[in-house]
Design a protein around this ligand. Structure first.
Ligand code: ADP
Ligand code: ASP
Ligand code: MG
Length: 590
């Protein structure tokens, strides 16, 4: 008998009428001959309310008790949903995470799923019952209730679908699908027919709140087809599958409004310092993004990165200790900055995307204070006031409001999703959320150019990368960050074969801008680790740095995304670095 998992988010179960509406959707699926597992969130804004109650008492409630508190929201909904189904004449049973056997690690409020036992659910399903599962929660080895992080019910739903080998996982929510950007922010956003796992994972982790990013890690790993659709209508929604909607360069744009930028200034430039910094941050389970390490000058470098605004205080605590440990000069930070990113599988190996984005932003006279790129995304940091305007400019320059056929880009059909590791046996699997590494690469074809002391004003990056593109050069990594004197530092990599041409262009610009001569290194190596959910596993970048530091290898430019972390090192140490990384990740390789 086919099995369907349906998940209803907070708004979709906000009151008893809505719960009855959701119950009817479950009944329809059952009547169509499916076994049905329903995963629910807490009603409406219940979780927010519970959090604020604790905050009325103290700023720093213990994480264990927060889990006890927050998980109560979902327990209310499962009972009401089961009561609703019974009232409509159907057999149903509600189950908490513990009753199902959703085992997690013990990192309260950010727990990861280790295993799911399907026995109790199967028994109920085989007895003809609709199973109502509490989202967001699990239980650790000591029997403590844990939660998966805000928005985590999506992850519960997709994980249950994976464990049960469900035919589909329907995410019912208050929008009717996945849009090219948050439709509540831009009316011109377009609903996509389908989006690839890699793109959705990246968008979700860059701020697209429609899906919890870790749910997409599950979907990709175990080949679950996810259907995001409206709770309130019957129109088809958007499929999240292995294949993108089309080959256009950009599939969507995301905004993370409340970010903070931190810089550790004047770090002695020697192997191991970056590692120590990220080790401490990883221990605190804080997810960093937009990591930029400037090219060292006078034996010191600056390391900047962004964290979600909520993690600022915790990150500052960590930086204070680390700064003393490694003898950095000081810690700098900026609150209320916004990250605007574009994502698309189609931009891989294709030039022209970055400069188009930078130009669109500069036309609005908006200053970009930081830039990082990876193969399938470009992120820019702008001030909070400029955020919406930036998003609008970027959405429009890539014509995201147009369908692939309007753009003459053939739509790709949704292929049957396949697990990336077909032999994964979920029932036996321990560590369902563990990292899977697909490949470790060494690229020895690139060279690096750095432009220090660039005026920090709108249009600089646009001008620079347009001029480089005019010379026929395709740039790979780009990072821009703020230098010590308030000026920008831009670093990028190009194929070694065109280094001279790129240098000529850059020198000319330096002359025009009256900034310093560019620095370059014609023999760098890029080491990349590719896998699933690399950024959300906060410890991964740290392990890469540690492995390289232990081998006395200094790291320069760093680029991170959910599926790829790349680090540039000196060419002479490339091969050694590759071997060290292969050894370090041997157990996680597919
Ligand atoms: P639920 O409570 O059902 O989990 P969420 O509030 O977590 O719902 O997610 C749905 C919301 O996600 C939408 O109301 C929308 O504002 C927001 N959103 C952000 N980015 C996107 C996007 N790219 N496509 C659709 N919705 C998005
Ligand atoms: N109720 C939880 C939250 O609000 C989980 C969820 O809804 O996904 O974060
Ligand atoms: Mg949600």
């Amino acid at each position: 008998m086919p099995l369907i998992v349906q998940k209803f988010g907070g708004t979709s179960v906000a009151d008893t009428q809505k719960i009855l509406g959701a119950a009817r959707k479950a009944i329809r699926a059952a009547q169509a001959g499916n076994q049905v597992v329903v995963v629910v969130s807490a009603m409406g804004k219940t979780t927010d309310h519970l959090v604020s109650l604790a905050k009325e008492i103290t700023d720093r409630p213990s994480h264990r008790e927060m889990d006890m508190l927050m998980s109560s929201g979902e327990q209310v909904t499962i009972a009401l949903m089961a009561i609703a189904l019974e009232s409509l004449g159907y057999k149903a049973v509600s189950m908490t995470g513990a009753q199902i056997g959703i085992k997690t690690d013990s990192s309260h409020t950010k727990a990861r799923i280790r295993s799911i036992s399907t026995d109790s659910m199967r028994k109920a399903l085989d007895a003809g019952k609709i199973v109502i599962a509490a989202g967001f929660q699990g239980i650790d080895d000591e029997g403590n209730i844990t939660t998966l992080g805000r928005g985590g019910s999506d992850t519960s739903a997709v994980a249950l679908a994976a464990a049960l080998g469900a035919d589909e996982c329907d995410i019912y929510t208050d929008v009717d699908g996945v849009y090219t950007t948050d439709p509540r922010l831009l009316a011109e956003a377009r609903k996509v027919a389908q989006i690839s796992y890699d793109e959705m994972l990246e968008l979700a982790s860059l701020g697209a709140g429609v899906m919890h990013s870790r749910s997409i890690e599950f979907a990709k790993k175990f080949g679950v087809t996810v259907h995001v659709r409206s709770s309130f209508t019957d129109t088809p929604g958007s499929l999240i599958v292995a294949t993108p909607e089309s080959n256009t360069a950009v599939a969507g744009a995301a905004i993370a409004k409340n970010e903070a930028r931190l810089t550790l200034v004047g770090v002695p430039d020697k192997p191991g310092n970056a590692m120590r910094l990220f080790a401490r941050i990883a221990e605190a389970k804080i997810a960093t993004d937009m990591i930029v390490q400037n090219i060292g000058q006078e034996g010191r470098t600056d390391i900047s990165f962004t964290v979600p605004g909520n993690d600022l205080t915790a990150t500052l605590d960590v930086l204070k200790t680390v700064s003393e440990e490694i003898g950095a000069e000081r810690v700098d930070y900026q609150e209320n900055v916004t990250k605007v990113s574009v994502v698309g599988l189609g931009m891989e190996g294709q030039g022209g995307v970055a400069e188009k984005m930078f130009r669109a932003v500069s036309r609005k006279m908006i200053n970009i204070s930081m830039i990082t790129t990876s193969e399938i995304k470009i992120s820019t940091l702008v001030s909070w006031e400029d955020a919406l305007e930036t998003l609008r400019a970027v959405h429009s320059v890539f014509q995201l409001e147009k369908t692939p056929s309007q753009l003459n880009s053939p739509e790709l059909s949704a292929k049957q999703a396949k697990p990336i590791k077909p032999e994964l046996d979920v029932a036996r699997l321990s560590g369902m959320e563990d990292i899977l590494i697909e490949a470790i690469h060494l690229d020895q074809t690139q060279a690096r150019i750095t432009m220090p002391n660039v005026p920090d004003k709108p249009g600089i990056a646009a001008e620079m990368f347009e001029r480089i593109a005019e010379a026929g050069i395709v740039v790979d990594m780009i990072v821009q960050s703020c230098g010590r004197n308030g000026k920008a530092i831009i670093t990028y990599t190009v194929p070694r074969t065109v280094l001279d041409t790129a240098l000529d262009v850059t020198k000319k610009l330096a002359g025009e801008w009256k900034s310093d001569e560019p620095l370059y290194n014609s023999t760098i190596a890029i080491l990349s680790v590719r896998g699933t959910g690399l950024r959300s596993h906060t410890g991964l970048a740290y392990r890469m740095f540690k492995t390289l530091a232990d081998g006395k290898i200094n790291v320069n430019v760093i680029s991170t995304s959910e599926r790829n972390i790349s680090i540039t090192v000196n060419n002479a140490q490339g091969e050694q670095g590759l071997q060290l990384l292969k050894k370090e990740f041997a157990n996680e390789m597919i």
